[in-house]
Structure formats: C-alpha cells, structure tokens
Design a protein around this ligand. Structure first.
Ligand code: AMP
Length: 453
C-alpha cells in the first residue's frame, strides 16, 4: 500500500492551502489594527520551557508532548546514558510559552515600555488520540500581549477575536463566548483548598483520575468528561465566590468593556482551561451546532506569572489561540465552502505544433505583465484545449494558428460572451512589455484592454 500521512495529521490541498493563506492574511489585517505585530518562534523548544511554563501536571505536558531527541543523543539514551537538560527538546504543543520565552530572551518589554503585542500562526503538536476536530498536528493563530495588566487589554483581545470569526465567515449566532476569572496567587490557593476539601467529601463518587487530580491539581476535575464527575463538580465551590477584591474588580471591568462593545457572553465559573499558567481572565469560544464534542474554536486568558516562571522579570500577559481546523469545521457546519484556489485570466490555445514556440512566448509575456494563465503541455487537440480552458475557468482564450500568425494576428475569444475578435500580435506584445516594466503591485488593465477590445 502507498504510504499515508501520519495519524492525526492532514494535508492542506491547494484550495485549502490557499484558504489558510487567506485566513492568516485576514488575521494579520484585523489584529494589525489593534497593534499586533508578527513573531515567528521555533517549532521546538527545550522541554523544560513547557514543563515550567505550562505545568508538569497538565495533560498537555504529562501525556501529549512529542519529544524530539537528536541522533547522537537518542543513541546515548538508548545505551542507558543521560543527556543535558538543554538537549531535551519538544515540539511546541501551544504558542504562548515560546513567545513569552522570546519576549524574555530579547527583552521586548523593558521596564516602563509600552506592551509588546505579538501574533503568530503555525502548526502545534499534541500526541492526542485523533478524532474529528482533534489532530496531532494542527494550526493555530494566536496573540500575546505582554506588559499590561489593564482589563482593557483582555477585553480588546476578546473583541478582536470575535470580529475575526465574523470576518472569516463563522456566523456569530452560532458561537458562544464563555468567560470566567481564575483569581490570582492571593485568592486561588484558598479556593483550590476548598475544591480539594469538597472532592475529598465526594471521593467515592469521583473517578480514579479525579481522585488523583484532587492531590496535584483539583481544578482539573472541572474538565473531566466522565458524566458522574461532571455531576458532582456542578456542586463544587465557585471561584467567583472566592475572588479577592482586586481580581473581582478586574473581572467586573473586563465584563463592562465587553458589555460596552455589545458582545454577548456567558459566565461559566467551571471554565478553568487546561493549562496551569492562567490567572484572572479565562475565556473560550464554542460553536453551538454541528461540531460534536470538539466544539471549542478558540480560547485563552491572562497569565501574569508566566514570564517569571520562565526566568524573566514580572511581566503581566494576556493571550489566546484559535484552532484553524476547528474554524474550517465551523464553516462547514454553517454550509460555507472554500472558494476555489485557482485563478485563470487567459489560456493560449495552439491550432497546431508550428505555433507552439510563439504560444509559449505569449504565455510568458502575459504572466510577466501580471496575468495568470496557462497553455497546453500535453499535445491536446484544439477541442480539448478549449475544454481545459473551460475547466480552468479562463476568462479569455487566445487561439494561435499558422494563418493568423502569418498575418501577425491572434484570435481572442471571451469565454463568457463567446465573442471573438482578431487582435494585433505586435501591438499586444508591445503593451505587455510596457506592463511588465511596471513596478509590482500596480493595478493592471483588464485583459480586454490588453487584446485591444
Ligand atoms: P488550547 O491551547 O488547548 O486552548 O487550544 C486553543 C484552540 O486550538 C482550541 O480552542 C482548538 O480550537 C484548537 N485545538 C487545540 N487542540 C487541538 C487539536 N488537537 N486538534 C485541533 N485543534 C486543536
């Protein structure tokens, strides 16, 4: 059998690869209006970064990381030896830890500076059990804002994400925005203890995993998919009843900004998110229909302690990531398809082989002048060249034949109106040469003008 792509990965074929490029361009445009600039960090980092940043007890780090060992180090490990911590590498399971590492390493937020607003787009890797909407390599677009703890940062970040979904075609009415606050170092420990005590009282009703979680990280139990655990955790203490005054004021201010922007949201005190680094604001966007259990299309929150965790000075932060593939599923659920990738302004057809060289040079001149188009590369008959032009959705077909060529002409057919006319080849080529000397990015004339309509 022919070799298949690895489990949990997906090829983006041309229509979709072009849509992904469009998706990133819309993101750069919208988030650019809010001051976000692109950053590219490596696809792998020292494993230590994710252990310290995301948290050793999280599912992402404890169960789902793809660890990469380079050739000689792998042999050393297989031989029972040990390797340096900095040689232990993992493919990034998310983007925040790497961006925060880069901000600290390059001192992008010096004391007193304005916040660093950064955005990224690219693949993430998690060794999860693949299913619809859950892959081992998937694409995220994300933003991070470091250096400001004001609730306005959280609110504008959430607003621009919702604007993006709408711009890409996901109907706003099919989405649900969940928000919560996870408190801070001052109020969360007491809350965690309250949840732990509650779980101890209900130990017999909770699954083994949750009983283990009660010891290491009791808040994880809110994410348990086991219906019995979910029912028990419904009655658990609510973080919103345990927030300190500062966290409460921050949370109220975020909600007031969202209200002011007219964004609808649902407060969900059980929303704790899977990663350890969150403080205060957390949120998630779900699609309400047609997506099954993998219905989260994006989420994030505030992480005011993460920069310190990875060795930097205290730098508050806020960020989120959206899942590209989940957005595609949401678009499908809403009945929206990708626009076709191919663009074809013209097709040059040859009546016979004697004109092939001339056709080749006309096609090149058209492309140099900024038009997209094709000629036949398989010795097709004239009839089947027209069929191909149709399939490519060419707007115009230029037919080169020995008789027309002898008179310095080319026959041009408008594929929509089926009108035909003879264009002067020398004049057409002179115009194309002038156009190709224009700088990139100029507005080219219509193809009708090129053929002298
Ligand atoms: P997270 O970093 O887990 O908050 O993920 C942010 C977003 O990435 C989620 O809301 C999903 O849309 C997407 N996502 C996370 N994990 C996967 C996965 N394994 N496959 C596809 N998309 C994912």
């Amino acid at each position: 059998m022919a070799i298949q792509s690895p489990e949990g990965t997906r090829d983006l074929l041309p229509d979709e690869a072009k849509f992904w490029a469009h998706f990133k361009a819309v993101a750069a445009d919208i988030f650019g209006r809010y001051g976000y600039l692109p950053i590219e960090t490596p696809l792998f980092e020292q494993t230590e970064l994710f252990v310290r940043g995301i948290g050793e007890a999280t599912d992402v780090v404890s169960k789902e990381m793809f660890t990469a060992i380079s050739g000689q180090n792998l042999q050393t490990l297989l031989d029972g030896g040990s390797i340096k911590a900095k040689s232990r590498l993992s493919l990034r399971p998310e983007g925040t830890a790497g961006v925060v590492r880069a901000v600290v390493q390059h001192d992008l937020v010096p004391q007193g500076a304005q916040p660093a607003k950064l955005m990224y787009a690219g693949p993430m890797f998690r060794a999860e059990r693949p299913q619809k909407g859950r892959q081992r390599q998937f694409n995220q677009v994300g933003i991070e804002c470091l250096g400001a703890e004001e609730p306005s940062v959280d609110a504008e970040g959430i607003i621009m994400l919702m604007r993006f979904y709408a711009a890409i075609g996901i109907p706003v009415e099919s989405t649900r925005l969940l928000v919560n606050s996870m408190g801070c170092e001052a109020c969360r420990p007491a809350y965690r203890e309250a949840v732990r005590a509650f779980m101890a009282e209900h130990a017999g009703e909770l699954c083994e995993e949750c009983n283990r979680r009660a010891e290491i990280n009791p808040l994880r139990a809110f994410d348990c998919k086991n219906p019995g655990c979910a029912a028990v955790m419904e009655g658990a203490p609510k973080i919103t009843d345990h927030l300190c005054d500062d966290c409460r004021a921050h949370y109220e201010a975020v909600k007031a900004y969202l209200d002011g922007a007219g964004l609808a949201y649902v407060e969900d005190s059980k929303l704790v998110r899977g990663l350890d680094y969150y403080t205060r604001t957390v949120f998630e966007v779900q699609v309400t229909e047609g997506m099954g259990s993998q219905n989260a299309i994006g989420g994030g929150g505030r992480y005011d302690k993460l920069a310190q965790e990875v060795g930097g000075r205290p730098t508050p932060g806020f960020g989120w990531a959206l899942g590209y593939e989940r957005c595609v599923l949401a678009l499908e659920a809403a009945g929206r398809a990708f626009p076709p990738a191919a663009r074809c302004d013209f097709f040059v057809a040859c009546v016979d082989d004697s004109v092939r060289a001339e056709a080749f040079s006309l096609v090149q001149a058209m492309r140099d002048a900024g038009f997209a188009g094709e000629m036949d590369h398989q010795h097709r008959s004239l009839k089947s060249q027209f069929k191909l032009a149709d399939k490519l959705d060419a707007a115009q077909v230029a037919v080169l034949g020995p008789d027309e060529l002898a008179e310095g002409k080319v026959k041009v057919r408008n594929m929509q109106t089926h009108e035909e006319r003879l264009a002067d080849l020398a004049a057409t080529k002179a115009l194309l040469a002038r156009l190709s000397a224009e700088p990139q990015g100029f507005e080219p004339p219509s193809i009708d003008e090129v053929f002298g309509a």
